[in-house]
Write a protein that binds this ligand. Structure first.
Ligand SMILES: Cc1ncc(COP(=O)(O)O)c(C=O)c1O
Length: 363
């Protein structure tokens, strides 16, 4: 853009001019929070906007600028911001307590919704995040099979705990990420998802693999599609080899279809990891899967099966405020065309972006 003085005004100049309050808050944030941000993916240059409020598909920053929100709460907000049913459920709950530290009816309703929607969900255990759920799923699989190794795929993200970071976002060469014990790397077999013959051969020839975990959308939240036939082939070979198949449905759950990728593709894993939409825009995660595996969390059932019970704590598991938002959201997922509408909107956006890239000659 050119001004009357012919000085070139960049997008960054304009951004800075419009977001002075965000700039001030960011400067303040940098004195207390590393880089001034609380999630790596919120890093924005020269500094992020600071949001003041949001409604439906829009949000407004502290300078009063209005945005169309393509981020959707990191993918958690299938219904958009401040959906009336979710707001009402959370408001009702907050005065009854934000944390009973006890069993409650809402967690049962929440689990029942997951059980009805997700094909593999014979049993559900809630956690406070997707990262925690991925951690628990791997432990359940190791305990169930008595085997140590986990097969993962290059670029597939399963949260930020130490077992799953190498080869997911960085260190694709197998080197040790800073702060990770080298012995943890030894517990993963990380392969390229494109190489189905090598994956199958590894599963058929090794007898130390507890589980295979992957994003059924393909790596990096669906940016790198899986090769055709990948999911069905993995189901087939893991079943034959007695390896636990885990779908990481943190992104795809209640979005690829109301039953997640597993319902959309008609392939049922042994376990799946859920979060994001699961908790209706509040924090929460879950492992859902086969009763025989999940029963390791049940003292009596584990004893009856001559297994050791798996310990699982978590102060905020199935937090009632989260459960209230979740039950309101998943109820809408179950009874309306929310998923289909999201799918149609996404297709329209993809097609529009593709048209622009073609028109602009961007390869
Ligand atoms: C596929 C996948 N798995 C796991 C996670 C971790 O979930 P959380 O951020 O709730 O810990 C994410 C988060 O983006 C994800 O996209």
């Amino acid at each position: 853009m050119l001004t009357t003085t012919n000085r070139r005004v960049t997008i960054e100049d304009e951004y800075r001019a419009r977001t002075r309050a965000s700039a001030a808050l960011h400067a303040e944030a940098c004195t207390v929070i590393p880089a001034g941000i609380t999630h790596d993916s919120r890093l924005t240059l020269p500094y992020p906007i600071f949001v003041a409020r949001a409604a439906g598909p829009r949000k407004w920053d502290v300078d009063g600028n209005e945005y169309v929100d393509y981020f959707g709460g990191h993918g958690a907000l299938l219904l958009g911001h401040a959906h009336p049913a979710v707001v009402e459920a959370v408001q009702r709950q907050v005065s009854l307590s934000t944390h009973w530290g006890a069993s409650h009816a809402l967690e049962v309703r929440w689990a029942q919704l997951v059980q009805r929607l997700i094909p593999s969900a014979e049993r559900i255990r809630f956690t406070a995040s997707g990262t925690e759920a991925s951690h628990l799923a791997l432990r359940l699989a190791r305990a169930f099979t008595g085997k140590p190794k986990i097969m993962r795929f290059v670029g597939h993200f399963h949260g930020w705990h130490g077992e799953v970071v190498a080869g997911a976002m960085s260190h694709f060469d197998g080197s040790v990420p800073a702060g990770i014990a080298p012995s943890l790397l030894d517990q993963s077999i990380v392969l390229p998802a494109e190489d189905i013959p090598r994956i199958v051969e590894t599963l058929q020839t090794r007898d130390d693999i507890a589980a295979v975990i992957f994003e059924p959308s393909g790596a990096s939240w669906g940016q790198v599609p899986l090769p055709p036939g990948f999911i069905a082939r993995l189901r087939d070979v893991t079943r034959k080899q007695g390896v636990v198949l885990i779908f990481d449905e943190v992104i795809t759950g209640f979005r690829w279809s109301r039953g997640g990728a597993q319902a959309r593709y008609g392939v049922t894993p042994d376990l799946c990891v859920l979060a994001k939409i699961l908790a209706g825009g509040l924090p929460g995660g879950a492992v859902a899967g086969a009763k025989a595996i999940m029963d390791q969390l049940d003292l009596a059932a584990a004893k009856a099966a001559a297994r050791e019970k798996i310990g699982h704590q978590g102060t905020f598991n199935a937090n009632p405020l989260c459960a209230a938002a979740a039950v309101a959201t998943l109820g809408i997922v179950e009874t309306t065309d929310a998923c289909e509408r999201a799918e149609a909107a996404a297709a329209e956006i993809r097609n529009g972006m593709r048209r622009v890239l073609i028109e602009e000659g961007v390869p």
